[in-house]
Ligand binder design. Structure first.
Ligand code: SF4
Length: 188
């Protein structure tokens, strides 16, 4: 009978990168580190049954967007999924059993995370569990009043997605924004 090889999403280079970043991170914890090492071992030995817990989680706070970029199925409402936002209770339920092992949570996927009014609460919840957080946003909904909750949430990395090098190229792709938004974002 031919052997069956199970392919895991754990790629060795990703794990090395995670380990290096983990060691120099303020979120370091022994249980999380042990889980990362277990994941590395798993990626090498390829056991039939996984023994490492997830080290990284991708969460979609909102699967809708205030813009409608040309190549984005979410913005163009072509994804075939209903558009909604994640509620706090579901988020907690998903995170709680994994939290002791999680190294990092991405709080973005398809959609604009700032559309979820509980986003900062989600980040704070991860911070309290000693989990690194990353948010990627188009920043068009950002208000000065959000600065304090953003800083106090403990966010580790903020990615601003511009998709343009000038007001002209930006507004060609970033459909649905307001005129002059490129400069506003750069000034923030
Ligand atoms: S800003 Fe991002 S999520 Fe929104 S429409 Fe553009 S690519 Fe899609």
């Amino acid at each position: 009978m031919p052997g069956v090889k199970i392919v895991y999403p754990w790629q060795r280079e990703v794990l090395w990168d995670l380990c290096l970043r983990f060691i120099f991170n303020r979120r370091f914890g022994w249980r999380k580190a042990a889980n990362l090492l277990a994941g590395m071992l798993q990626s090498i030995t390829l056991p039939e049954r996984a023994f490492a817990r997830p080290a990284k989680l991708i969460v979609e706070p909102a699967n809708r967007c205030n813009l409608s970029c040309f190549l984005c199925p979410t913005g163009r409402k072509l994804s075939g999924r209903g558009q909604d936002q994640l509620d706090m209770e579901t988020f907690r339920m998903a995170l709680t059993p994994l939290a002791p092992y999680l190294y990092e949570v991405y709080l973005y996927n398809w959609g604009e995370p700032l559309l979820n009014p509980r986003l900062f609460e989600m980040i704070s919840h991860c911070s309290a569990e000693n989990i690194r957080t990353v948010v990627s946003t188009n920043l068009t909904l950002f208000k000065p009043a959000m600065l304090d909750p953003l800083f106090s949430s403990g966010l580790d990395e903020l990615i601003v997605s511009l998709d343009g090098a000038s007001e002209e190229s930006y507004s060609q792709y970033r459909q649905g924004g307001i005129s002059g938004q490129f400069c506003v974002i750069l000034s923030q």
